[in-house]
Design a protein around this ligand. Structure first.
Ligand SMILES: Cc1cc2nc3c(=O)[nH]c(=O)nc-3n(C[C@H](O)[C@H](O)[C@H](O)COP(=O)(O)O)c2cc1C
Length: 359
């Protein structure tokens, strides 16, 4: 086993920077992965606004990554602007995880995040996935093998435990620290809770208390600057990962940064919001070509509400077929935004019917 990460960041409830393994991150506000949303284009847009310390890709199936399937290559698609970035992998097979980690190192990625939530995982045929949270030695064995295989910092994303009777995150975090995990992100709910019920900040604080110096990144239901700062204060975490809150308000990281440097948090102007819309799509086309039209449609309602665009324009944004048509819609939005009452969306990104147990 490698030596644990030597850097102490446990006091960083008051420090704006976070060190994760060999990486120094200039902000303690991170983007939590939201499969299908926090793709390259969205990440780059957030980075351009400032204040984002670290982003993580959607989870990628380790074996698919090594086989370089089209879907997995899209998921790990990145650009020089998209830094610092970690790639999140999962698998029930240790060898696949190790191979994926090596692949990432060979292809110049800078960080590996292991998702501890896969329900299907089988580790040496005995239990696995989020169940691994009940099996500290199985979990540390799996993660330790990855750590031993690469020089990149390896982090783990997990929940507080399997259910309220098994809040194992503190024990696991301490064990992970001993084998050299660079940081853990803790979504402050159990696997059993899904996305229901309150985030247990005390449970996150207990995880922070259980480690010596490894940064703990707190996650769950942070949607405003006030919630981000109270999460830091109440848990003593080194950093906060924000998922759905960043979809509600992409300017959240910029606002947090404004506050960190003692300024008033800036709300975006209408022009900035329209530029965000158009640049977001432009970045998507760079990666996905014509398919972007389809991919972008799921953001139509959000932009419609935020910009107060009339129903007919929102409807066209939901159905457009080409970049030229998109450009015409944006021209009309410039003229007609605010015809409808504009609102800052408050409904969180829906938890899809799919395999939420992974997250
Ligand atoms: C649509 C959706 C997709 C998600 N995809 C992932 C994922 O790929 N990997 C992961 O570790 N967590 C995933 N999560 C969980 C989030 O990263 C996060 O832990 C959870 O949403 C709580 O944080 P939040 O309240 O800030 O969103 C997903 C959640 C949602 C709602």
């Amino acid at each position: 086993m490698k030596e644990p990460t030597p850097i102490s960041d446990k006091t960083s409830a008051t420090s704006r920077e976070v060190t994760i393994g060999s990486r120094k991150l200039s902000s303690r506000f991170f983007l939590a992965p939201l499969a299908g949303y926090t793709h390259l284009a969205f990440r780059v847009m957030l980075r351009r606004l400032g204040g984002l310390g670290l982003a993580t890709t959607d989870l990628v199936q380790a074996q698919m990554l090594v086989s370089q399937t089209r879907k997995s290559m899209e998921l790990v698609g990145t650009s020089p602007e998209d830094r610092p970035l970690s790639v999140q992998i999962f698998s029930g097979v240790i060898e696949h995880l190790v191979a994926a980690a090596r692949w990432l190192e060979d292809h110049d990625y800078q960080g590996i995040d292991i998702n501890m939530g896969c329900p299907m995982a089988k580790v040496n045929g005995a239990g696995g996935g989020a169940r691994l949270m009940c099996d500290t030695s199985g979990a540390t064995d799996m993660v330790g093998r990855v750590i031993d295989a690469v020089n990149l910092p390896v982090t783990v994303k997990m929940r507080l435990g399997w259910d309220s009777d098994n809040l194992t995150a503190p024990e696991l975090a301490a064990a992970f620290e001993r084998i050299g995990v660079a940081a853990v992100t803790v979504h402050g709910r159990t696997r059993h809770q899904g996305f229901q019920g309150p985030v247990n900040r005390v449970g996150i604080a207990e995880t922070v208390a259980a480690v010596k110096s490894m940064p703990v990144i707190a996650n769950g239901d942070v949607c405003t600057p006030a919630e981000a700062f109270s999460m830091l204060k109440e848990t003593g975490c080194a950093a906060v990962a924000i998922g759905r809150g960043a979809m509600l308000d992409p300017w959240l990281f910029r606002k947090l940064n404004d506050i960190e440097i003692g300024q008033q948090p800036r709300e975006p102007t209408t022009d900035e919001q329209i530029a965000f819309l158009s640049d977001h799509f432009e970045l998507m086309t760079r990666q996905h070509g014509d398919y972007s039209c389809q991919l972008f449609r799921k953001f139509a309602a959000w932009y419609g509400a935020r910009l107060g665009i009339p129903e007919d324009l929102e409807d066209r944004l939901r159905r457009f077929e080409s970049a030229a048509e998109f450009a015409r819609i944006v021209d009309e939005i410039r003229l007609r935004h605010g015809e409808r009452q504009s609102t800052v969306p408050t409904a969180l990104v829906k938890v899809p019917n799919g395999p939420v147990e992974r997250w």
